[in-house]
Design a protein around this ligand. Structure first.
Ligand SMILES: Nc1ncnc2c1ncn2[C@@H]1O[C@H](COP(=O)(O)OP(=O)(O)OP(=O)(O)O)[C@@H](O)[C@H]1O
Ligand SMILES: [Mg+2]
Length: 258
């Protein structure tokens, strides 16, 4: 199982949309995929129609003492081959508990190793805050995917996450490859095309040589989870399919190199 962590310390850049789009593309291609919603706002869980009141067990229970077995926390989603460990509002209180217990920074990675045989990919949707959940997700990751808006201020978010990733890389035995995914790209604006060009110059092979355009259809969950189809008007989903091709090729290059 490969673990992809989708993170950016900046909010609203398309992290959850990217996780759902890539996860469903992988599932449509026949891969077995496990999604983890690490955000206390549980947007991904809500989008999948799996948020409950009171919240059902999910990511939070992986941090219990002792942790609940991850296999029992899985929920099925409307997409075949795509499962979810739900996010819950209680995740917001984890940071406080963390201070009192050592070893909590690796809880996710340890839990995921128990289901490694059952999935080809685990995709971790992070909250936009640097805390215990993001540190866990980075520590467990085989690849860090950073959705980035193509606007000038986005560079600051990128620098932040790159610093955090470098810190994590140093504290573990293996490097953490970064893949930058330009999102919400509006090709009509000069500032968007300039920012995209700048990102490519600065990050070179770490940055995807393409972008996910602004496409309101991506806000429709049925469209987002569906197959690529042959709707000639749809631009967002085909872009995510190309992004997936690039990510799979990057994983392959990593394997060959190691
Ligand atoms: N390419 C796109 N075209 C149009 N709308 C998009 C696109 N990508 C994301 N959106 C919309 O932008 C909003 C923010 O996206 P999303 O929730 O994926 O970001 P996020 O980074 O997960 O946010 P947060 O930091 O709050 O978790 C959502 O309403 C989503 O539907
Ligand atoms: Mg989100």
């Amino acid at each position: 199982m490969r673990i992809w962590t989708i993170a950016n310390q900046k909010g609203g850049v398309g992290k959850t949309t990217t996780t759902l789009a890539l996860g469903s593309r992988l599932a449509h291609r026949g891969f077995r995929v496990l999604l983890l919603d690490l955000d206390p706002h549980a947007s991904m869980t809500q989008a999948l129609g799996l948020a409950a009141e009171p919240p059902t067990p999910g990511v939070l229970e992986l941090f219990d003492e002792p942790p609940q077995p991850i296999a029992g926390l899985r929920r099925s989603t409307p997409v075949e081959g795509l499962s979810l460990i739900a996010g819950q509002p209680g995740l917001a209180t984890l940071e406080r508990r963390a201070g009192q217990r050592p070893g909590l920074g690796r809880a996710l990675g340890v839990a995921l190793s128990d289901v490694a045989h059952a999935y080809d990919y685990a995709l971790l949707d992070c909250p936009p805050t640097l805390g215990l959940l993001m540190v866990n997700a980075l520590a467990a990751a085989d690849r860090l995917i950073v959705p980035t808006q193509t606007e000038p201020l986005a560079q600051f978010g990128l620098q932040g996450i790159a610093r955090t990733a470098a810190m994590v890389s140093r504290s573990r035995a293996r490097p953490l490859p970064i893949s930058i995914l330009p999102t919400l790209f509006d090709k009509r604006t000069r500032v968007a095309t300039d920012t995209l060009a700048e990102m490519r110059t600065r990050f070179e092979a770490q940055s995807w040589n393409d972008a996910v355009p602004v496409d309101t259809r991506l806000r429709d969950i049925h469209h987002l989870l569906g197959p690529d189809g042959n709707d000639s008007q749809a631009r967002g989903l085909p872009a995510y399919s190309r992004a997936l091709d690039w990510l799979l090729a990057s994983d392959h290059l990593d394997e060959v190199a190691s």
